[in-house]
Each structure stands twice: as C-alpha cells, then as structure tokens.
Write a protein that binds this ligand. Structure first.
Ligand code: SPV
Ligand code: MG
Length: 294
C-alpha cells in the first residue's frame, strides 16, 4: 500500500523470519541511536541495563511507568523497532493488559515477559528462583495478546525453568503451554557457560515457534551454531551499558589523577560528535525554515 512499514511489522519480520536476527541492548535515547548507527535492525530494551543506568537494581525498583518514560525517549530517538524487557509484566494479567496497551500507544513493537513473580530479580542472581504457576502465566500471555492494538505487536514468553534448576522437561512443558496460549515466540534462557542445554531445547522444540536466546553467559559459542540450530533471534543483552561503564571509569580515573583533560581529549567522542548524534543539523535546517532572520 506504499505506506512505510510500521515498527510493529518490522519487529515481527525479525522474529518470525527463518533467518537469524539480532537485537542489541539499549537503555536510553543515546544508546538507542548508537544501536541504529551500528547497523542493527532492532533494539532490546533491557531491564537490567535500564535499571542500572538509573542507578537501580534489576528488581523492579523502577516503576513500570518510569520504564515507559525511558522507552518513549528511545522510540523517539530511533526508527528501529524495540522489544522491551517487560520483566514479569509487573503483576498479574491485568497489569499486563495495561502495559501492552500503553506500549502499543508509544510505538513499542513488542514485549518479553518472564514466568516469574513480581518483584522479579535478575536471572543470574541466586538459585531456584520461584516460578509462576503455568496457568496463571498463560493468563498473562492471553491478556497481553488480547490487549494489543496493532496486529503485528509481538509478545515473547520467556521460560525460566532452566535458570531456576527445574530441568528440560519442565522447560519444554512450559514452552508448549505458552505457545498454546498465544505467545509469538519463546525465549529460552540459560545461565550455563556452554550452550548445551540451549541446543537440547531447540532440537526437541523443533521450531514449533520462533526461539529467542540471550547468550550472555555462553558467549563463546559460535553464532553459526545458533544459526544451524534454527534459532530466530539473538539478544546481545547488556554490552553497551557494560562498555560504557568501562569507558567512563577509565576517563574518570584519568581526569581525577591528572587534574587535567590533556590525556583524555582525543580519546573521547568530541562535542561535535554529540551534536551530530542528536541531530543538530536538523534543528539548524528547521531554524532556517521557521525562524525569521536565520
Ligand atoms: C535483561 O537484559 O534485563 C535480561 C536478560 O532480562 S538477563 O539479564 O540475562 O536476565
Ligand atoms: Mg531483564
């Protein structure tokens, strides 16, 4: 119909297409722009890094409307589709309904919800985190899907059974139930240092629905093996925040020790680079058009 593809259709294409896709983490407008500049086709709005960038823990310390406010800056800053880490959905089915409606209003293309309980904690903390009841979580999935106001909105259901030590059978049982409840994709999460349990899952799941993975802990596995396993989407979940921490520490230490900027200038992005990234050229053009005497 000649209209530009919506962000919803764009994310659906990434997740549903048989070829391997990649989502890169961002946590604010600036990092969203950097993801787009690098050439990625979609953004993961991580709960961990969004929280950390506010100085908070990944334990639902930021309210869901504060998350929504950050997402609005990210959506404004980029044309890429955003899959937001919706944690547990911030409550029960009713909280998921309102969350999904608001995400659709703000042009956020999809949400991932995990089968744990509010307030959640990060998957890499502790052992045997309590999981949600399967039927109750299926209610959250159905409520989310029934509340989307764009047909292409994506709901990813995240299975935490392997993370919480409940085993492969439980993971498969849950994936099956969430698929039947209407999830558009299954995120199977693992905290092992190798991808063995991921590959066992994908083999037995046999692509009944698209599979999303987060290889933060099994980072050394070759991407070709994920491709061969038929995985739909890889999330690089936290690496812009982590790299910025390294860079900021180095710069802060240097300036603190030197009491001078001499060593640092030239190693950090220039002020002009900031202007370029946030689009000052567009504002100058607009001033020539709208401001008298420009
Ligand atoms: C996140 O990025 O917030 C995630 C992925 O949910 S993980 O930190 O692995 O739980
Ligand atoms: Mg998270």
């Amino acid at each position: 119909n000649g209209r530009p593809k919506t962000v919803f259709a764009a994310l659906r294409e990434e997740i549903a297409s048989p070829s391997l896709s990649f989502l890169m983490e961002a946590h604010n407008g600036l990092s969203a722009k950097i993801v787009e500049e690098a050439g990625f086709r979609g953004i993961w709005a991580s709960g961990l890094t969004g929280s950390a960038s506010l100085g908070l823990r990944d334990s639902n310390e930021a309210s869901w409307t504060q998350v929504l406010d950050t997402l609005e800056y990210m959506a404004d800053a980029t044309s890429l589709p955003i899959l937001v880490d919706g944690d547990t959905g911030y409550g029960n089915f009713n909280n998921v309904r309102r969350l999904v409606r608001k995400l659709c209003e703000r042009g956020i293309a999809g949400v991932c919800i995990e089968d744990k309980l509010f307030p959640k904690t990060n998957s890499f903390i502790g052992e045997a985190q309590p999981l949600a009841d399967i039927d109750e979580f299926c209610g959250r999935i159905k409520a989310g899907k029934d509340s989307q106001t764009d047909d292409d909105f994506i709901l990813v259901a995240r299975v935490e059974a392997l993370i919480s030590g409940r085993g492969m059978e439980e993971a498969l049982r849950r994936a099956e139930a969430y698929h039947a409840a209407g999830a558009d994709a299954i995120l199977i999460h693992s905290k092992k240092s190798t991808a063995t349990e991921i590959f066992e899952f994908t083999e037995r799941w046999a692509n009944r629905s698209p599979v999303v993975i987060v290889p933060t802990m099994y980072y050394a596995t070759s991407t070709d093996l994920f491709r061969q396993a038929g995985i739909s989407t890889i999330i690089w979940a936290n690496h812009l925040l982590r790299s910025s921490m390294t860079a900021m520490r180095e710069t802060a230490r240097r300036i603190f020790e030197d009491q001078s900027l001499r060593e640092v200038e030239g190693r950090v992005a220039s002020v002009r680079d900031i202007f370029a990234l946030v689009g000052n050229a567009e504002l100058e053009a607009a001033e020539r058009r709208y401001l008298p005497g420009k």
